[in-house]
Design a protein around this ligand. Structure first.
Ligand SMILES: Cc1cc2nc3c(=O)[nH]c(=O)nc-3n(C[C@H](O)[C@H](O)[C@H](O)COP(=O)(O)OP(=O)(O)OC[C@H]3O[C@@H](n4cnc5c(N)ncnc54)[C@H](O)[C@@H]3O)c2cc1C
Length: 411
């Protein structure tokens, strides 16, 4: 007779690991047998710019982990631009606006933390199908069958769990392309940076924006909404990255496709043109692409015995941010699973409500809503209006409604 696990989590990215770690924390003493199945082996590659905001760091800190143990870059300023003008978002001099990591290193680090807590991860096992029976869920893999009372689909945007058991007909999937290039500050970038208008921060230090020699030593990130008038519901990014100890840049383009367009400029071409303006020839580097499923509140997040977390359910539609949300999903899912075991009721009918009531759910819902409006106004006039004339309003709006959903632990 095959063992029936209490919980099997499929996927050991941030959402799966966070679910396991939160379960370990919340359900300690309940003796729940939990297993993670992962098709790759850590450290495994994951296409991602690796930007982790304060919310993700706060969740990790509450689990007792310090993100700074992972090789990272502190990003001092984030520039939000359209054609070279916009706003600079910056926290205090001592705190970065966000950090970038390489996902192979970050995910392997988090997996090692999970293993240290005694969480079992079986690597090199690909799940092929999930089916739900009366008393358990059956998981078919390339190495045999597993059974569990509860299955968590944490297997990313192409989730096999979602495809096996959920009926969410509309796709809600965007696309991102990414390339890693050597770091060099070109004259054009310095010119663009100097043109960007005043910085916004929560406590609103609005300082001058002239690029100084000190700025050149800082690590800045750019979000450029240049592609929006070309039918793209997204932006170009340029982040600092630390790849095997070497300072590099991570360039990319995100299209949420939240406003379907019959005519859209090719993503590769837009990225290539912009990088060329900064002195890079895209043909010299390896360009990779991956889908990003974004959160649509109307989609079913769970059926009896199965629930979805992370990209399997949906990341942020507005900017494609998914690491911190993935960590946040873990907490909500763990609460829901613990509740199910306490009540011996595995229908997960209240997961939708729990998610929407959570700070994460509220933020994801707001971002989908904002993305639907913001990307609808796709004309050049609108983008100029927002980023050239109302950039500070946009910044304050962003800080009020987009970020800040997970608070830091009180010292
Ligand atoms: C180009 C790009 C850039 C991005 N940049 C950022 C960024 O800067 N900041 C940010 O916050 N987000 C970013 N994202 C989004 C972010 O990468 C995701 O939201 C995040 O990885 C979601 O985590 P997850 O755990 O849900 O899924 P994943 O990280 O995708 O993990 C899923 C795991 O499941 C495993 N798996 C998949 N299928 C199976 C199977 N059948 N059987 C067993 N295991 C399986 C995979 O191997 C993987 O380990 C970016 C995404 C892309 C594509």
């Amino acid at each position: 007779m095959t063992k029936i696990y209490d919980i099997i989590i499929i996927g050991s990215g941030p959402s799966g690991l966070s679910t396991a770690l939160h379960l370990d924390r919340l359900a300690r003493g309940h003796g729940l047998a939990t297993l993670i199945l992962e098709k790759s082996r850590h450290p495994r590659p994951k296409l991602c710019a690796g930007g982790i905001l304060a919310e993700g760091e706060a969740i990790l800190a509450k689990l007792g982990f310090d993100l700074r143990e992972v090789p990272h870059v502190d990003v001092d300023k984030a520039h939000f631009n359209y054609k070279g003008r916009g706003l600079i978002a910056r926290l205090s001099r001592k705190r970065p606006i966000f950090r970038t990591v390489r996902r192979d290193e970050f995910d392997a680090w988090l997996a090692s933390k999970a293993r240290e807590q005694g969480i079992e991860i079986e690597e090199g096992i690909t799940v092929k199908k999930v089916a739900v029976c009366d008393k358990y869920a059956l998981i078919q893999t390339d190495q045999g069958e597993y059974r569990a009372k509860v299955v968590v689909g944490a297997d990313g945007s192409n989730s096999i769990v979602r495809r096996s058991v959920m009926k969410n007909p509309r796709p809600h999937v965007g696309r991102a392309l990414e390339v890693i290039v050597p770091e060099h500050v070109t004259a054009r970038r310095a010119q663009l940076d100097a043109a960007v208008s005043k910085p916004v921060r929560r406590s609103l230090t609005l300082k001058g924006t002239r690029r100084s020699a000190r700025d050149d030593k800082q690590k800045n990130a750019t979000f450029d909404f240049l592609p929006v008038p070309q039918g793209i519901s997204g932006y170009l990014w340029d982040f600092p990255a630390l790849v095997k100890g070497e300072e590099m840049r991570c360039w990319g383009i995100y299209d949420s496709n939240i406003i379907p367009q019959s005519k859209r400029a090719p993503l590769r071409q837009i990225l290539a043109d912009e990088m060329a303006a900064h002195g890079y020839n895209l043909d010299d580097y390896e360009l990779k692409g991956h889908p990003i499923r974004w959160y649509e509140p109307a989609n079913t997040p769970a059926i009896p015995r199965v629930l979805l977390v992370g990209d399997a359910l949906g990341a942020d539609a507005l900017l494609g941010e998914g690491i911190s949300p993935a960590l946040g999903y873990g907490k909500v899912a763990a609460q829901e699973i613990l509740h199910a075991f306490k009540k011996n009721d595995f229908r997960f009918e209240k997961y939708t409500g729990r998610l929407l009531r959570s700070r994460l759910g509220g933020a994801l819902w707001r971002r989908t809503f904002i993305a639907r409006i913001f990307y609808l106004f796709k004309t050049e006039f609108w983008q100029r209006f927002v980023w050239h004339y109302f950039n500070r309003v946009a910044g304050i709006f962003g800080f009020l409604f987009v970020v800040g959903w997970e608070k830091k632990k009180k010292q």
